[in-house]
Design a protein around this ligand. Sequence first.
Ligand code: TTP
Ligand code: MG
Length: 398
Amino acid sequence: MKPAIMHVDMDAFYAAIEQRDNPELKGKPVIVGGTIESRGVVSTASYEARKYGVHSAMAMTEAHRRCPDGVYLPVDMQKYRRVSRQLMEIFHRFTPDVEAISLDEAFLDLTGSQKLFGPAEEIGMEIKRLIREELQLTASVGLSYNKFLAKLASDMDKPDGFYRILPEELEEKVWPLPIRRMMGVGGKTSQMLEQMGVTTIGQLAKVNTGLLEHLLGKQGVVMHQVANGIDDRRVEPVRESKSVGRETTFPQDICEQYLLETILFTLADDVCHTLRISGLKGKTVSIKIRYPDFRSITRAVTLEQYTSSFEPVFAAVQDLMQHNYKDGTAVRLIGVTVSNLKKDDQIVEQQDLFQDATAQNRQNELNKVMDKINGKYGGNTVHRARKLTGWDKNRELS
Ligand code: TTP
Ligand code: MG
């Protein structure tokens, strides 16, 4: 059976959700991101705002400069995650082979689905229709015979796009594109290739493989194959995210250990909540500290068991802080990440003989109740609290 791979990418995801939920924002330049005061960046901009040159990762100050009349909104991750789950559920109606790449993006292997649901194009159109009808959002769909081309296709006709690349269309549709459109070809690599006179994917496809290997190593060989329409990567449905992390940049640098740990406390709580609602557990806990001069350090510790519970994660965080942070040092950003993840049901629990089973069960129950309430009422309806003893309230973070 001929492979049929689909890539779906939602249009202006966070901004489109905000416009959907507040019809007054439709047709307006909407920018979702951090605040100027917190030195935040743009998460995304609606297509109306993009006309002003506003884009993801741009500093908020610059966005305001380019688009002073834009509607600026904070990031509501809980809401976007909820929509993402609904989106993934729609995909799963057509195939179990769904590989989520991010909240708004997934590969679907429709090769086997066609017997049941008809040709891949029809499935693609149906998925777009369901997204529009059930989520009131638009998606761009790319259809082809491998992942690389499917992803390229979903970007060809954005927004609300539908684009297909057949094997015989490679030369006509893909080869004229600039090499920068290839996944993973960053600034330096493309610069080097451009200096050699290789500016399009078609030109890259014709360069001698040995030369590319010499210049770029293995990556060169892969790029050459991909440019020739060869990409054997499978859609990996069980591939979960490799890590779950949260970080925050402070409006002003912070240099008190207790306050930093209190912030880490909240971030760790959020990370663990995300792990649980995603059915994941992790074994490695890391902290990231960025200093005012933008120098960053990451320090990690591996736990004995996979977990999604707050207590062992926060204990590891505190331990890492004690060993790697000197009280009084100014910090610009701090973050927590849990990595080395596994699906809950793939973990064979080791019974720890010395563990206080009652206390552990109580914690599990507490987690379950909190997740349930947060799932039902959304957001951070309930969360753990840590006392800010000795902290001048006026100086608390906004
Ligand atoms: P993207 O799919 O890259 O962007 P988008 O969906 O907003 O717009 P489009 O696909 O139509 O070009 O990212 C999905 C979401 O991820 C985006 O809505 C916000 C978030 N995001 C960030 O928070 N920071 C970033 O730098 C990027 C690129 C995305
Ligand atoms: Mg998108």
